[in-house]
Design a protein around this ligand. Structure first.
Ligand code: SF4
Ligand code: SF4
Length: 187
């Protein structure tokens, strides 16, 4: 019994040593950067597993879901993305305009100003739902994944391009428009 256990222990130690030596020799070669779309991607992985990041980067699949991007010029501020978000990480505030502001590249009419359009990427779970519901397809997931930071608030991305002066001006326009409407009703 003791002899059997000793032999088994010896065999296991030899197997472990063999594996270590194999990896030791394998580590002399750097891992090649391969396109993940290659049919033999997993079979071609030889050498050490660490790539020299950030000088070298692993290729990512076309359908990868990483950092969000919003083309604010094409946004109609409909809030659908924020409503669809399961973790409430999209914060949108709008200001009504007194008329049509313009059109998006797909011809949708813009009637709201984006006072605030923040996405907290620290909370985002990269589900992509916001991109699916967007009627103008202006919110998209990019291939950017390495925006590391030590400050959590840096991960709140602001996409509104309105200045404080512009926000104040548009709010005043809307308040005046409403007041004029009320005054006209009383006449
Ligand atoms: S990807 Fe998902 S979690 Fe992230 S902002 Fe869009 S809906 Fe929210
Ligand atoms: S769903 Fe699209 S158009 Fe609507 S607020 Fe979000 S990004 Fe803008």
């Amino acid at each position: 019994m003791v002899l059997k256990t000793t032999i088994q222990g010896f065999i296991t130690a030899v197997k472990g040593l063999f594996l270590t030596v194999r990896h030791l020799f394998g580590a002399r070669k750097s891992r090649n950067i391969r396109d993940i779309r290659n049919e033999n991607y997993f079979k071609e992985q030889q050498g050490i597993t660490t790539v020299q990041y950030p000088k070298e980067k692993m290729p990512i699949p076309e359908v990868a879901r990483y950092q969000l991007q919003v083309d604010i010029e094409d946004c109609i501020v409909c809030d659908l993305c924020a409503k669809a978000c399961p973790v409430d990480c999209i914060d949108i505030q709008s200001i009504k305009s007194v008329g049509v502001i313009g059109k998006t590249s797909d011809g949708s009419v813009k009637r709201l100003y984006p006072e605030k359009f923040d996405i907290d990427m620290a909370k985002c779970m990269y589900c992509g739902l916001c991109t699916v519901v967007c009627p103008t397809e202006c919110i998209t997931m990019t291939d950017q994944y390495d925006r590391s930071t030590t400050k959590l608030t840096d991960l709140i991305y602001g996409f509104s391009d309105m200045t404080d002066e512009e926000i104040a001006k548009r709010k005043e326009e809307w308040t005046r428009f409403q007041a004029d409407k009320e005054a006209a009703k009383k006449k």
